[in-house]
Design a protein around this ligand. Structure first.
Ligand SMILES: NC(=O)c1ccc[n+]([C@@H]2O[C@H](COP(=O)([O-])OP(=O)(O)OC[C@H]3O[C@@H](n4cnc5c(N)ncnc54)[C@H](OP(=O)(O)O)[C@@H]3O)[C@@H](O)[C@H]2O)c1
Length: 232
């Protein structure tokens, strides 16, 4: 049976992705602090920001995994509203720890289990290749993820494991709603900035992640999925 290991599938894009893979018969293993509410998903409570995360992951993978073709999706991330003049080294460290270091922690532990046919999909953002004001640490981390994905492609050359960075635009999840302070008028404004005049549904990103994971020809690629953003 094909296996998906995904971080942050308790809600949002991660949950939609876990469900989409479960729908097609994958075994799905979720790593997040809270469980995904779906009986088909195997939940393991891990806080990727805690120092004990490394030992916990060792224990989970030793007990739960055998080597084979695995799909690893690096989805868990955190967004804070900060800027160059307010960001503290502590803020930046915490965002980089979850958004950048945790994916490499998972890579290092899972690569020994990954046979040819495996895939490593990074979830980036429109902000992986452009910046906006007031998302300083997040923008920095999402640019770093593109570099990590490109390095993954080069370092795994010959192993028949492919990688891509799927970059969502404004998607209707708790992360986005919290970011705008749950203000409906701001969400409406954001939606109108897409050429389709709406927010993205998490299931649309899930489908793109699955397509990337099943397409080895997409290797080292940055895939933007944002409904087309209007340029001012
Ligand atoms: N929504 C958007 O508009 C948008 C746009 C571009 C890119 N993205 C990217 O898409 C991905 C998913 O975002 P989303 O909008 O679905 O976010 P979300 O609704 O806030 O979900 C984030 C997930 O990350 C997990 N997580 C957070 N902190 C964690 C920790 N310390 N340890 C383990 N897991 C943790 C959360 O699980 P627990 O709380 O249960 O731990 C949750 O399942 C992220 O990489 C994000 O940067 C989102």
């Amino acid at each position: 049976m094909n296996t998906l290991i995904i971080s942050g599938a308790s809600k949002g894009i991660g949950l939609a992705t876990a469900k989409a893979f479960a729908d097609t018969g994958y075994r799905v293993i979720n790593l997040s602090r809270h469980p995904a509410e779906d009986d088909r998903i195997e939940n393991h409570a891990v806080d990727l920001l805690q120092p004990n995360a490394s030992d916990k992951l060792d224990e989970i993978f030793k007990r739960q995994l055998t080597a084979g073709p695995l799909t690893l999706v690096h989805n868990a991330a955190k967004l804070i509203n900060d800027s160059i003049d307010t960001s503290t080294p502590g803020d930046l460290r915490e965002i980089l720890e979850l958004n950048v270091v945790a994916p490499q922690l998972l890579n290092s532990k899972l690569l020994p289990y990954m046979h040819p046919g495996s895939a490593i999909i990074y979830v980036g953002s429109t902000l992986s290749e452009k910046a906006v004001a007031n998302s300083f640490s997040y923008v920095t981390s999402k640019h770093a993820i593109v570099g990590m994905m490109k390095a993954t492609c080069q370092d795994l050359s010959g192993k028949q494991i492919h990688t891509a960075c799927v970059c969502p635009g404004f998607t209707d999840t708790e992360m986005l709603r919290e970011h705008v302070g749950h203000q409906q008028e701001v969400l409406t404004d954001i939606a109108s900035a897409s050429t389709f005049g709406r927010l993205i549904d998490p299931s649309e990103i899930a489908e793109t992640i699955m397509f990337a994971a099943r397409s080895p020809v997409i290797n080292g690629a940055v895939m933007h999925c944002n409904l087309g953003q209007k340029e001012s």
